[in-house]
Ligand binder design. Structure first.
Ligand SMILES: [Zn+2]
Length: 65
């Protein structure tokens, strides 16, 4: 039997535009992934509010495209 699953609402990720699940299962909503959430945080951080990086951590500038 194929019970139709209730489709979880999704919104376009503000960062990459991919559908992002807008459900409690997605801790990164409204982003599609942790990566996009961090990118967004990085974007506003650039506006002048810097979060000090923990020692040993370096900023990664990954180009995943
Ligand atoms: Zn995304």
């Amino acid at each position: 039997m194929n019970t139709p699953a209730k489709p979880s609402p999704s919104v376009p990720c503000p960062i990459c535009g991919n559908p992002a699940s807008f459900s409690p299962k997605n801790p990164f909503r409204p982003f599609c992934s942790e990566r996009c959430k961090l990118i967004d945080l990085g974007e506003w951080a650039k506006e002048g509010y810097r979060i000090p990086l923990a020692e040993g951590e370096t900023e990664k500038n990954e180009n995943l495209n």
